[in-house]
Design a protein. Structure first.
Length: 89
């Protein structure tokens, strides 16, 4: 296994990780901005008011995106182990 193959494997791993985390992080970011705007407009500075909607948004996103995330992860793992002879030399 040469350096180019190692770099390609690491690149694929990082891209897969990026795409798996993106939906949850993006939804958490948008929810955080919206909750912060609501807190600014209503002058509510309770910490639980900010935490609970974010946690619920993450839970909803996880339920919605979990089948897609699992399919993507299974595809990556299948491709990795399917071509395992390339990495085992």
């Amino acid at each position: 296994m040469n350096a180019e193959q190692i770099a390609d494997l690491i690149r694929q791993t990082f891209w897969t990780t990026f795409w798996l985390g993106l939906p949850l992080l993006a939804l958490g970011f948008v929810t955080g901005i919206l909750v912060s705007l609501i807190q600014i407009v209503t002058s509510i500075q309770d910490s639980s008011f900010g935490a609970v909607p974010r946690l619920l948004a993450f839970l909803a996103a996880l339920v919605i995106f979990l089948p897609w995330m699992l399919a993507r992860l299974v595809g990556y793992t299948t491709a990795l182990f399917g071509d395992f002879s390339r990495y085992a030399r």
